[in-house]
Write a protein that binds this ligand. Structure first.
Ligand code: ATP
Ligand code: MG
Length: 463
């Protein structure tokens, strides 16, 4: 048996790693967008600070006045720990107030627009915003716009972005956890009817071959149950056939054993050696027919066992096989001076089947023809290929089988009475039909040539 795998584990493997990958990708994206949102909010307040300073910067007769309101440093209430740097630079490049060395990487345009970028200041990452404010004072040297620069360390931004990110991550993990739990519960509920079914089958009686009740199993399992029930049906049929056969066989074997016992007892009571010898001879004949009965019963049980499920199927050279069987039976034919003829097909006829069983089948047919044919008559065994079928026919010149008996003779232990003293167990044709069916073939009983004798025809599909 192949090692079993757990459906739960397989579903888990299929779901969890992809979900985790999705989670990681999603986390990266979530962090980025959180940072983006936070930056936008903080930048807006940075812009407001710069603009507020701009509004309070004036120039009078070449002298610039700067008034930085306290509110300009209150970027966000909770960002008290943030440090803010600033620089106001006169048009001539002179630092009016603030930190030296604080300058944007790119100068903003003269239109009064605020440009914001990320930069480094004194070894710290900062967001730098810069604006040029025109003062419209002709007395100023080197132009009339002051440069207002505000920079803010980014710690608070990243902290806020991280908080937002962790929050969404937590929510996603809860979602995935809930999903996994639901899947486990769904699988458990899907398996419950199957486990019930298993218990029901386990608790069955050994010989209980009635169909399994599907109950409320999932529709996907329906075909499996149908298949099991189909199999059960076949097993039940086989079991019934077996039982009947066993009963029949026990009944049939009793008679010859009783005869043997009587013959032996009679022989023991004799004093005359001649009479003893005669008794022994008839005892031997009884033993022969009992042996035949035993062999036929074995063949029958074997043929039944393979019915529907032929054991070793292999290509069989059917022509050669039938010819061999006929040759084997020539001595029996010679005893009755019967002319046993074989007519083979031109080309070899090959079919898939169980060689031993097919041999048994043909042997029984030829044996019947010789047994029931009159002395000095003819028996013809022929093999042919018709379309996609191999056909073997055995014809004799005996009494034939009347129409009314043609179904009965296939029954086990059935013999037509009043056919002289021909010995037999009544199993031959039952065996033949069983083997024929196992090979998905068809058997027909016909009148022999000119309405005389019997012609048995067996058609077997080639493929
Ligand atoms: N070729 C035949 N010609 C006439 N009757 C036949 C022929 N073959 C079979 N029968 C009839 O059909 C009956 C059943 O045949 P079957 O081969 O099943 O059993 P059997 O020959 O009696 O016993 P055995 O099991 O030893 O073959 C026979 O008893 C016989 O009456
Ligand atoms: Mg027979």
């Amino acid at each position: 048996m192949r090692p079993r795998y757990s459906l739960r584990r397989r579903v888990g493997w299929w779901l969890l790693p992809p979900l985790l990958i999705v989670l990681v990708v999603n986390a990266v994206l979530a962090y980025r967008s959180a940072l983006d949102v936070v930056n936008r909010a903080y930048d807006r307040s940075l812009t407001a600070s710069i603009k507020a300073v701009g509004e309070r910067t004036h120039s009078l007769a070449g002298e610039i006045h700067v008034d930085i309101p306290y509110s300009a440093f209150q970027v966000f209430e909770d960002s008290a720990q943030e440090r803010i740097f600033y620089a106001i630079v006169a048009p001539n490049g002179q630092l009016l107030t603030g930190y030296t060395g604080l300058a944007p990487r790119e100068l903003p345009p003269d239109t009064g627009e605020v440009r914001i970028a990320t930069a480094d200041f004194r070894g710290e990452e900062v967001r730098v915003g810069a604006m040029k404010k025109r003062l419209y004072d002709p007395m100023l040297a080197g132009g009339d716009a002051v440069l207002i620069v505000f920079a803010e360390t980014t710690g608070a931004r990243t902290a806020l972005a991280r908080d937002l990110f962790l929050d969404s991550l937590r929510r996603q993990l809860v979602l995935i956890g809930a999903g996994a739990l639901l899947i486990v519960l769904a699988l458990a509920s899907a398996f419950r009817p199957l486990l019930k079914l298993r218990d029901a089958i386990r608790q069955r009686d050994e010989e209980d071959l009635t169909p399994v009740e599907g109950g409320n199993v999932p529709s996907e399992v329906g075909p499996l149950i149908d298949a099991i029930n189909h199999h059960m049906e076949r097993l039940a049929a086989m079991l019934v056939a077996r039982r009947r056969f066993l009963a029949d066989a026990a009944h049939q074997i009793r008679t010859p054993l009783a005869v043997l016992t009587t013959q032996a007892e009679y022989g023991l009571r004799q004093h005359d050696p001649d009479e003893m010898r005669r008794t022994l001879a008839s005892l031997l004949a009884s033993i022969h027919s009992t042996r035949r009965l035993a062999n036929q019963m074995l063949a029958m049980s074997h043929a039944e066992a393979i019915n529907g499920l032929i054991g070793e199927r292999a290509p069989v050279d059917f022509t050669a096989m039938v010819k061999e069987v006929a040759l084997d039976l020539v001595p029996l034919a010679l005893k009755k001076r019967i002319d046993l003829a074989f007519e083979g097909a031109d080309a070899p006829v090959t079919l898939q089947g169980n060689a031993a069983m097919l041999r048994e089948m043909v042997a029984n047919l030829v044996d019947n023809a010789i047994r029931y044919g009159p002395p000095d008559s003819h028996v013809v065994v022929a093999v042919a290929e018709w379309g996609d079928e191999a056909v073997v026919s055995v014809s004799d010149e005996g009494p034939g089988i009347p129409q009314a008996e043609r179904e009965n003779v296939f029954k086990r232990f059935y013999r037509i009475l009043g056919q002289g003293d021909t010995e037999g167990s009544g199993l031959g044709l039952a065996i033949v039909r069983e083997i024929c069916w196992a090979h998905r073939g068809k058997i027909t009983l016909k009148d022999g040539e000119g309405g005389r004798g019997l012609c048995v025809e067996v058609e077997l599909p080639l493929a």
